[in-house]
Write a protein that binds this ligand. Structure first.
Ligand SMILES: Cc1cc2nc3c(=O)[nH]c(=O)nc-3n(C[C@H](O)[C@H](O)[C@H](O)COP(=O)(O)OP(=O)(O)OC[C@H]3O[C@@H](n4cnc5c(N)ncnc54)[C@H](O)[C@@H]3O)c2cc1C
Ligand code: FES
Length: 281
């Protein structure tokens, strides 16, 4: 039996700076062993524990899509006091890291197949939504979903991540993409305004649709009432929770809310499920 505490060795193939401040980087990792690559299977929404030797491990959402074979992508923000994320930001291509996972449920576990999907992201929490969008628009999967709407906002144009992909998605006629920034700069010709306001303006139809939100708590707080106003039921509003986690496998008790473990039962919960939990999140 596999030891769930044993990290899989991976090598850093590419590091992309998402912002000019270089505080958000995407790490593209390749498996060191072919056997690990064959066994590792995941769906959008899941996360992994990434470990850096001498620093420890931290849960990070998987930003790549299962349709991107042979690699895993993780987009990580640098925090001055974040031990693991700081150590990761000091690594180079060719360096080794460990990963354990995949952990948690996926967006798919919430029955999104066959529905219209409204993806709503704020800031760098867009990572697993990038995974989901890339997965849904892949030619093998596009016909499994009806309308796809992506509403994504960041504080400034430079804070937007995955800029190249946003341009590619904007060109497609099978995705409606709305990118917004809180405040533009001189070169910005796009939309300005907060994500919840844009959700109200775009007014995606709730008919046969599910809304998936990932972002800072304040964005989620103001987006949910807009979705309720548009007719989305609590079962069709999905939210990914970020909690302090350690083991990722329901053993350490660091992430429980009531009788649920976010690492095992989540991190994706519908609003209906959250309404039934103690208000600790
Ligand atoms: C399911 C899940 C998915 C996640 N996905 C991502 C992801 O895709 N990318 C990503 O960058 N992070 C992600 N995180 C958050 C990440 O796991 C935490 O930021 C984690 O604490 C980083 O570990 P560390 O060892 O660097 O920080 P620690 O050493 O544990 O943190 C030390 C201190 O740094 C500060 N700090 C660290 N992280 C944060 C934070 N997020 N916000 C504010 N202050 C902070 C706090 O003061 C904290 O007490 C995710 C978390 C979960 C649970
Ligand atoms: S992280 Fe250990 S129980 Fe969830």
């Amino acid at each position: 039996m596999n030891n769930p505490y044993l990290p899989i060795p991976m090598i850093i193939k590419r590091i992309t700076n998402e912002t000019t401040a270089k505080d958000i980087k995407t790490f593209e990792l390749a498996f060191l062993n072919k056997e690990d690559e064959k066994i590792f299977s995941y769906l959008p929404g899941q996360f992994a524990e990434i470990s850096v030797l001498g620093a420890g491990e931290a849960p990070i959402g998987i930003a790549s899509s299962p349709t991107e074979k042979g690699i895993l992508k993780f987009t990580v923000k640098w925090y001055e006091k974040g031990v693991v994320t700081n150590a990761l930001h000091n690594l180079f291509t060719g360096d080794e890291v460990g990963i354990r996972g995949p952990f948690g449920n996926s967006f798919q576990s919430k029955n999104i197949i066959g529905k219209s999907v409204v993806v709503i992201g704020g800031g760098f929490a867009f990572t697993t939504l990038r995974s989901l969008t890339t997965y849904m628009i892949h030619h093998n999967n596009r016909n499994k979903f009806k309308n796809i709407t992506v509403i994504y906002g960041a504080r400034s144009p430079d804070d937007l991540i995955y800029k190249k992909e946003l341009e590619e998605w904007a060109e497609r006629d099978d995705v409606k993409l709305y990118v917004t920034v809180d405040k533009g700069d001189k070169g910005w010709k796009g939309r300005e305004g907060f994500v919840p306001t844009v959700v109200g303006e775009v007014a995606p139809s709730a008919q046969g649709a599910v809304a998936i939100i990932c972002g800072p708590p304040v964005m989620i707080k103001f987006t949910i009432p807009k979705l309720v106003e548009l007719g989305f039921s609590p079962e069709n509003i999905l939210n990914s929770l970020e909690m302090r986690m350690k083991c990722g496998i329901g053993k350490c008790g660091r992430c429980n809310i009531g009788n649920k473990y976010v690492c095992k039962d989540g991190p994706i919960f519908s609003l209906a499920e959250l309404n039934d939990l103690p208000k600790e999140y």
